[in-house]
Design a binder for this molecule. Structure first.
Ligand SMILES: *[C@@H]1O[C@H](CO)[C@@H](O)[C@H](O)[C@H]1NC(C)=O
Ligand SMILES: *[C@@H]1O[C@H](CO)[C@@H](O)[C@H](O)[C@H]1NC(C)=O
Length: 400
């Protein structure tokens, strides 16, 4: 009996253990299945990721190839391509004057030139792309953000003229070029204060130049007066103000010149100084709708490089250059508010699209000259006989 009971007990124990083992086995099996499921999901995901990665890689290779092609096209264009073709206002290739003239002639013959497509104003352009080739002046990155203040200093002389300080080195002296034709005597004042205190030109020291000047395109730079001699040829004179001699002169190497600003027709070449040196703003018959820009060596008067710009002559009254960027100021024939409405950056960092539309405060009439002084970040303006100073607020290029 005892033995039977023990047997029964053992049997039930075994049964129980068997049931437990079964439950355990079931449990383990479920877990394994779940893990298997998960593993296969991971596997699927990994496969998907791998496929996506492959596709992405292929896309990148395609993009890189296109980029290479674009770069090659750009390189070819910079070596002598056209700046005016199609809608690519962003591509402005530097070329020498001869090439420029020849190409412009060729285009005229082949009817490739559509003046309207060459005229690109500040607003309303959308397809302009920034081309960052070499940045010629890496340290000079200022651009105008607005006109901070203005000061009307005096009214001396006639409706048209030009006044400036030395734009190349620090000096208190100011120089007045009254008139645009038949004049050969500029006036030097020891300071702006002296100038404003003067009755007419009475306190000024007359400086007689060897030849009369034409227009308002003169500049004073590092102790020299650079001006365009009045006459048939466009001769640039470099005059040493210290010892009163002609240091150099050169015929400007562009043919068939036309007035550079439609609203200031006396000026054919506008010499402008900025942080980087000397520039000449001009226009030729070959391309008479738009303004050209040239970099000039202040030592030798050699033209180093020229650019076609998209800035129209029509409606322009003056221009100036800051850090390699030309700002063209427009007005209307019935003088209203002057505004910077076309910008051209030789370094391609600023396009007209990202340059602010800068309005000048309304004054008397039209500006016959606007001379930027890089040492003071002031613009010396001549407005209907008034001598005005504009103080500029700057920002950094690319900081849009
Ligand atoms: C300035 O030039 C104008 C002609 O443009 C002349 O009538 C005037 O007398 C000149 N003024 C002075 C102060 O030289
Ligand atoms: C005038 O000064 C320059 C240097 O500033 C000099 O090279 C030149 O010979 C001088 N001319 C005369 C006539 O003194």
């Amino acid at each position: 009996m005892r033995g039977l009971l023990l047997l029964l007990f053992l049997a039930s124990l075994l049964f129980l253990a068997g049931a437990q083992t079964q439950a355990l086995m079931d449990y383990l099996e479920r877990r394994l299945l779940a893990i298997e499921d998960r593993i296969s999901t991971w596997h699927e995901q990994t496969n998907r990721y791998a496929t996506e990665l492959r596709e992405f890689k292929q896309q990148m290779v395609g993009l890189l190839e296109n980029l290479d092609k674009d770069r090659e096209t750009l390189r070819v264009e910079l070596g002598g391509g056209s700046a005016w073709d199609g809608g690519d206002a962003g591509r402005r290739a530097p070329r020498d004057v001869g090439q420029l003239v020849a190409e412009s002639r060729r285009k005229e013959r082949t009817g490739q030139v559509r003046p309207s497509s060459r005229v690109r104003r500040l607003r309303g352009r959308n397809t302009d792309h920034i081309v960052t080739c070499s940045v010629p002046f890496p340290d000079c990155r200022d651009m105008i953000s607005s006109i901070k203040a203005m000061k009307i200093l005096k009214r001396v002389g006639g409706a048209k003229g030009m006044w400036t300080k030395d734009t190349g080195r620090s000096s208190a002296k100011v120089y007045i070029f009254n008139g645009t034709s038949g004049e050969d005597t500029l006036y030097e004042f020891s300071s702006v204060r002296d100038f404003t205190a003067s009755t007419g030109m009475s306190r000024g020291k007359p400086v007689q130049l060897p030849f009369p000047w034409g227009g308002t395109g003169h500049t004073i730079y590092n102790g020299y007066a650079y001006y365009v001699r009045e006459g048939a040829e466009f001769q640039v004179i470099k005059y040493d103000l210290q010892n009163g001699t002609v240091a150099d002169s050169a015929v400007f190497p562009a043919r068939d010149q036309v007035p550079v600003y439609a609203l200031t027709p006396e000026t054919y070449i506008d010499l402008a100084a900025d942080e980087e040196g000397l520039w000449a703003i001009y226009a030729t018959r070959e391309n008479e709708n738009a303004i050209c820009l040239a970099k000039v060596d202040p030592e030798t008067l050699d033209v180093e490089q020229t650019w076609d710009t998209p800035c129209p002559r029509e409606g322009a009254e003056a221009a100036f250059v800051i850090c390699g960027t030309m700002y063209v100021v427009y007005n209307t024939r019935q003088a209203s508010r002057s505004r910077v409405q076309c910008v051209f950056d030789v370094g391609e960092m600023v396009t007209s699209d990202d340059a602010p539309l800068v309005y000048f405060p309304k004054r008397y009439g039209a500006h016959s000259s606007l001379k930027y002084n890089p040492l003071e970040q002031l613009v010396y303006a001549w407005d209907d006989g008034y001598q005005i100073l504009y103080k500029l607020a700057m920002k950094k290029k690319l900081e849009v």
